[in-house]
Design a binder for this molecule. Structure first.
Ligand SMILES: Nc1ncnc2c1ncn2[C@@H]1O[C@H](COP(=O)(O)OP(=O)(O)OP(=O)(O)O)[C@@H](O)[C@H]1O
Ligand SMILES: [Mg+2]
Length: 465
């Protein structure tokens, strides 16, 4: 043979994918539609064609332009389909120089058919592998997505199931105008969620007014919230709008609602129910359209029980309660939060500090009474104090280090700390579950080798129970 090409079918086209004796340029031109020319015909019909002398053959297109002095050369064109069972995958063809008239091409075709059948098998295999790889990649993407969490909120970290539930609620109630009551310890992210609710709602472009009910003395609260007319009291030199009026068409966020004095509660209830109020010292009734989001870290039910919080207001507020779990109950979020805050404070301080596994381990052993806020402050400090890439263990506050030491001394007992190893183990178990306990499949999902997963399964003592 002095020239040869292999072409593959894809849809209604056949394209040269490998060639001998063709230039790059000629190679690129080799695309035929099914039925076009000899290659196209073989690809369509699936049976060999022999052209004893291409110079005499009008069907011969010479599309690649590789045979310029066709008339002078005596060239035969032998073309066989590349078939897997009955499926036509492509075409194999060769140019064969000859000098004697009446040569039999039978032997040549036989040989080419054998070669084509070998090709078909490896092409098919390759296609299957490709398809499988696609499927696995897809699966892995899906899994990654699941692990990352279906629900995402801008700049709010939460991969734990508990936080995913919170995110799901946020996605569901944000579009409505239902009152939301955010519960949770200090520093768990109540204000962050309140803002997310507003900015994900149809009111996003309208005001978000925040007010902390514990921030000012009882006597001033009413005029802060509802405003006052000019001369309503000594010092009221001009008319002043209150927070509810400012929040008109938007959202009002009442923080520490548990600290709202009893005397003011009926007025809040009225705004919620009737959307009306009067300014302090005013007669005129003002109507507002405001969505209320309230937050508290206090035990509202207890306050209701002791008569310090009105039951009717409690029910009004509690239409959609969202509970933000303390950080100690979702330790798996710590590495992600740490990473997020490292990024934030590195950027702010133009640093590039990195946190090591050892430090992360310390952070994971601590119980974080101040929750995410405390973690954020700790990381900020680590970044600020860092030199170069390294943060120093010494910059981790002593309380945190000591807590970890105490835990280690206590040994494995109650409340085992969640470590990176625990998380890894958890992920492997999840992947195995997803993969129906097929180790190879689970390994692919996690992007590790079968050997690696086998090893981890052994060291973590994972078994299907
Ligand atoms: N899931 C989170 N992802 C990223 N940052 C968070 C997250 N939760 C809290 N933070 C950050 O932690 C700090 C405290 O959060 P936030 O002020 O919302 O808490 P809070 O529940 O309102 O606390 P408090 O009851 O003390 O007012 C903020 O800087 C906030 O940005
Ligand atoms: Mg707050």
């Amino acid at each position: 043979m002095n020239r040869g090409t292999v072409s593959l079918r894809s849809g209604n086209e056949v394209s040269v994918i490998a060639a001998h004796g063709l230039s790059e340029d000629e190679f690129k031109k080799g695309t035929y539609s099914l039925g076009e020319g000899i290659i196209g015909r073989v690809a369509k019909l699936g049976s060999p064609i022999v052209i004893p002398n291409i110079g005499d053959e009008p069907m011969f297109l010479n599309k690649t332009g590789s045979r310029v002095n066709i008339k002078k050369e005596k060239v035969a064109f032998l073309c066989v389909p590349v078939k897997f069972k009955t499926e036509i995958l492509g075409v194999l063809n060769v140019d064969r120089l000859y000098d004697t008239k009446g040569i039999s091409f039978e032997e040549d075709i036989k040989l080419l058919k054998i070669i084509a059948s070998l090709m078909a098998q490896s092409i098919k295999l390759h296609m299957e592998v490709e398809k499988e790889r696609e499927a696995f990649n897809q699966e892995r993407e899906n899994l990654k997505h699941q692990l990352k969490g279906k629900y995402r909120l801008e700049n709010i970290i939460g991969h734990s199931d508990r936080m995913q539930e919170v995110f799901e609620s946020v996605h569901r109630v944000a579009p409505s105008r239902a009152n939301v009551l955010l519960r949770g310890e200090s520093g768990t992210g109540k204000e962050l969620i309140a803002k997310a609710l507003h900015y994900m709602s149809p009111r996003a472009k309208n005001p978000f007014i925040k007010f902390n009910c514990a921030s000012i003395p009882e006597g001033l609260l009413e005029s802060e919230l509802f405003g006052h007319e000019k001369g309503a009291f000594t010092g009221a030199m001009a008319l002043r709008k209150g927070r509810f009026e400012l929040a008109h068409t938007g959202t009002i966020f009442l923080d520490e609602i548990g600290d709202l004095p009893l005397s003011l509660q009926p007025k809040i209830l009225r705004v919620l129910q009737e959307k009306e109020f009067e300014r302090v010292g005013g007669e005129k009734t003002i109507t507002v359209d405001v969505r209320l989001i309230a937050a508290t870290s206090r035990d509202l039910e207890k306050l209701v029980g002791s008569g310090n919080f009105r039951e009717d207001l409690y029910y009004r507020l509690n239409v959609v309660p969202i509970y933000l779990p303390p950080l100690r109950d979702r330790k798996e979020d710590i590495p992600f939060l740490a990473d997020f805050f490292m990024g934030k404070y590195n950027k702010e301080n133009r640093k590039s500090a990195e946190i090591s596994a050892d430090e992360l381990n310390l952070l994971m052993q601590y119980t974080w009474p101040g929750n995410v806020r405390e973690l954020e402050n700790t990381i900020e400090r680590l970044v600020v104090m860092s030199t170069g890439k390294t943060v120093s263990l010494r910059d981790i506050p002593a309380v945190i280090r000591e807590a970890a030491l105490r835990k280690q001394a206590a040994g494995p007992g109650d409340a085992l700390p969640l470590t990176i190893a625990d998380i890894e183990k958890q992920r492997i178990i999840e992947a195995l579950k997803h993969a129906g306990w097929n180790q190879a499949k689970a390994a692919r999902m996690l992007g590790i080798t079968s050997r690696q997963i086998g090893y981890k399964i052994k060291i973590y003592g994972i078994s299907k129970k």
